[in-house]
Design a protein around this ligand. Structure first.
Ligand code: MSP
Length: 524
């Protein structure tokens, strides 16, 4: 975990999302995970950390093969089609990933084979007969204590299929002790704590060996020591985090620079794979395990139920992007759903946050601060000592935000910032610059008020940049248009409320969050 607050220059910070299945289209859950991960990655870059941010698609396995079959096309064709859709969504969300991995990349395939060959050579595999309850949607055999009544999948609630096959096994059971030790020594290996406890309890309940290969399936990475088999898709998929570093940059191997990963960000449904299987595979291959796995919750429909087209409670990221733009989508998701918990989301909630907080609070603070500087001081922020009382409200803010984001608590960090947005708006009301402007004796107080507001707004904008990259860039350009060449206005070292501010000119600012028309009524 990086040290609190200050510059992280030269610290390697490697952060990943789960890679998405390509048997369906991208939805809000994928957008959510990518956005939260992006907020952390951007924030760490603002602290000058050496960030590498990976996302991508998980393209092998039975569900993809089945979905392609159903459409009468080859699995690769389906994968190409949907991987392109996942990839195209990222820039629209302003996700700043450094690489996009596809598990059908030839380089990934070769590296998976090399790592798992090592696991095999190290004696952690054997051939055996597997019989168990299998969920075709999860592509996973379920162990007894996970299965719902009536032999149903705990996630999809569909009936499990009794499957039997000859395949290769991974000796997960022999990692019982090393994993117990890992959990005993590293209480922040899995975050938040409730997920740590869940993962630890899974280990404590006794680990059983898991199947490593499939004999029936063709759509996967061939097992190098037994080419009639392909690897079980989860092993191929998990390894993406490691393999990508080997080929993400032409002619350069980034593994030493970034491995082990600082954060894997995942949803709660794939906890077991990332917190139990994954460290065990790495240990079996003689590789270091990741520093943290952060497990977020699920986005639910506005009615609190699982989002589903048939219930009509799906919030489509496209609809939000078209109406409100990506800064608003990012802000809404990070603000409304405490990161780590489940949360109900819907268009009414987006509208309320957009109007109530983005337009009326932050947007309004920005436009009135800049407008008053134009009106009362000809567009020049007065060079003045800032108000110590307002300054004291910002004291420790940057450090607090850094500490929270070191723990991936994107919601709490945003709340810290937002409390100061509100404080600055109250400050405008308390100081009433429009009254001060009428009183020549209050000129110095007005100077101080405007300098303090400009400074507060600047600090808030630097801190909000990771959440809302484009509106903060527009605002900072208007607030501090003249910059020294080569300076980075968004460097986090600048998020410190200065004792003296001003002496610079501002330019015009169009409303950052303009009124959005209600959606046209749907035809019946
Ligand atoms: N392919 C696997 C992950 C392999 S990682 C080595 C997978 N793919 S997925 O497409 O089903 O999910 C990708 C991510 O999106 C997962 O972390 C999952 O938890 C997350 N989400 C999927 N639906 C979600 C919500 N409704 N809400 C929040 N996140 C959700 O699992």
């Amino acid at each position: 975990m990086p040290g609190a607050a200050d510059s992280l220059a030269s610290v390697g910070f490697y952060i990943t999302t789960a890679i998405s299945y390509v048997n369906g289209a991208p939805h809000l859950g994928h957008a959510y995970e990518a956005i939260a991960t992006d907020v952390i990655a951007r924030h760490m870059r603002q602290r000058a950390a050496d960030v590498f941010f990976l996302t991508g698609t998980d393209e092998h396995g039975e569900p993809v093969a089945d979905a392609a079959d159903a459409r009468g096309i080859a699995p690769q064709e389906l994968a190409d089609e949907n991987a392109a859709r996942f990839r195209a969504l990222l820039p629209r969300l302003q996700v700043s990933n450094d690489f996009f991995i596809r598990t059908t990349d030839e380089q990934h395939v070769r590296r998976v084979q090399a790592v798992l060959q090592r696991v095999h050579d190290n004696g952690h595999t054997y051939r055996g007969l597997y019989e168990g309850w299998y969920c075709p949607r999860c592509a996973d055999f379920k162990v007894e204590n996970e299965i719902l009544e009536g032999n149903r999948c705990p996630i999809h609630e569909i009936r499990l299929v009794r499957e039997q096959e000859e395949n290769w096994f991974f000796r997960l059971s022999s990692f019982q002790e090393p994993l117990e030790r890992l959990f005993a020594e590293r209480p922040d290996f899995v975050m938040p704590a409730v997920r740590f406890n869940e993962a630890r309890a899974f280990v404590a309940s006794g680990l059983q060996d898991v199947s490593l290969s499939r004999a029936r399936l063709k759509w996967g990475v061939t097992v190098p020591w037994d080419p009639e088999h392909v690897f079980y898709v989860w092993f191929d998929a998990l390894l993406n985090y490691y393999t990508a570093l080997g080929y993400a940059r032409d002619g350069e191997d980034l593994t030493d620079r970034y491995w082990p990963a600082t954060y894997h960000v995942i949803g709660k449904d794939i906890l077991k794979f990332h917190t139990v299987f994954w460290p065990a595979v790495l240990l079996a291959a003689g590789l270091p395990v990741p520093e943290h796995v952060f497990v977020h919750g699920f986005l639910l429909g506005a009615d609190g139920r699982k989002m589903s087209k048939s219930l009509g409670n799906v919030l489509d990221p496209d609809d939000v992007l078209k109406r409100f733009g990506s800064d608003a989508l990012r802000f809404y998701l990070m603000r409304d759903v405490p990161f780590g918990a489940d949360g109900a989301v819907g268009m009414d909630g987006v509208t309320a946050r957009y109007e109530g907080e983005l337009a009326n609070e932050y947007g309004n603070l920005a436009s009135r601060t800049i407008a008053m500087i134009h009106r009362y001081r000809g567009g020049l922020v007065p060079d003045a000592r800032t108000d110590p009382e307002l300054a004291s409200e910002f004291k420790g803010l940057r450090e607090r935000v850094c500490e929270l984001l070191d723990r991936a608590d994107v919601t709490a960090a945003l709340d810290q910032i937002w409390q100061r947005v509100r404080r600055c708006n109250r400050y405008v009301e308390e100081r009433a610059p429009w009254k001060l402007a009428k009183d020549p004796a209050a000129a110095a107080t007005l100077d101080q008020t405007l300098a303090s507001l400009a400074e507060g707004l600047r600090v808030l904008t630097v801190l909000l940049h990771a959440y809302m990259p484009s509106s903060t860039a527009t605002l900072l350009t208007a607030l501090t248009p003249e910059r020294e060449p080569g300076s980075n206005p968004f460097g986090l070292e600048g998020a410190e409320f200065a004792g003296r501010a001003g002496g610079w000119a501002v330019s015009e600012l169009a409303p950052l969050f303009p009124k959005v028309a209600p959606p046209a009524p749907q035809a019946a």
